[in-house]
Design a protein around this ligand. Sequence first.
Ligand SMILES: Nc1ncnc2c1ncn2[C@@H]1O[C@H](COP(=O)(O)OP(=O)(O)OP(=O)(O)O)[C@@H](O)[C@H]1O
Ligand SMILES: O=C(O)C1=C[C@@H](O)[C@@H](O)[C@H](O)C1
Length: 250
Amino acid sequence: MFGFLAPGSGTSVLHSRRAAASRCGRRRLVARANVDVTKFPSEGSKDAVDVNKQPQEYVQLKEMLKGVSIFMIGMMGSGKSAVGKVLAQQIGYAYIDTDEVIQESMKMPITDIFEEHGEAGFRQVESVVIQQVSPYVRTVVSAGGGAVLNQENWGHMQNGLVVWLDPSVETIYERVKGDASRPLLKVDDPKAMIESILRERESLYEQADVKIGIEPEEGIEVVAFNTARGLTRFIEANPPKSAAHRPVGL
Ligand SMILES: Nc1ncnc2c1ncn2[C@@H]1O[C@H](COP(=O)(O)OP(=O)(O)OP(=O)(O)O)[C@@H](O)[C@H]1O
Ligand SMILES: O=C(O)C1=C[C@@H](O)[C@@H](O)[C@H](O)C1
């Protein structure tokens, strides 16, 4: 059904009423979620590894990053949390998982959030979390698999470097098939669902600064190492513009 156009707005009255109601619901939901990422780790990892035994890639990456944060994106089960934690530990960064912050803030598991507030409600809280973590430095942020769907999230993630972990559909399925914590995969054919979600999001994941392809036999440590190498190469190819190189007057 179409509504009337509100004068000069280009949006229908019906649509704008709905939008106002949804903004109101959004404010209530976000207030209820009481998101406060400052409760989560923001300092470098306490279990920092022995630098003498550390692979050179991590030492080099840490130096080159100069504190810039890293956002891990990718499908459910791609390894964002597992790999993100290892990477954070190796380079002495803090680690934050947006799914964990959301669950803690809403005091319920993700499946319940989806049931009670729908995927849209979950996405709203997710965006608030991403916005709150975006100014952090020296942090590896594991973003939810669907965080890439929201354009504003991309704006916030541009404060750091974005890494896409990209295993095959088969590998993802093998990792998540026994796990009931992912509401989008509670369907008759989860593998077909993974395929369909990936198809829908692939062009968004492609926007990452660094893409890490993952072979089935590559364990978490190997992928973390490859991620460090990928980031190092990216920074070498795209060195940050230093103040000295900026045109005078800007
Ligand atoms: N390279 C790997 N080799 C073997 N197992 C892995 C690898 N990467 C991740 N896993 C395992 O796969 C499962 C899913 O990984 P993880 O939770 O890190 O994915 P995720 O991308 O954070 O998923 P979600 O977005 O759904 O939270 C975990 O049991 C993890 O230990
Ligand atoms: O890919 C997704 O849309 C999701 C991934 C998980 O990280 C959770 O954020 C949630 O289950 C939704």
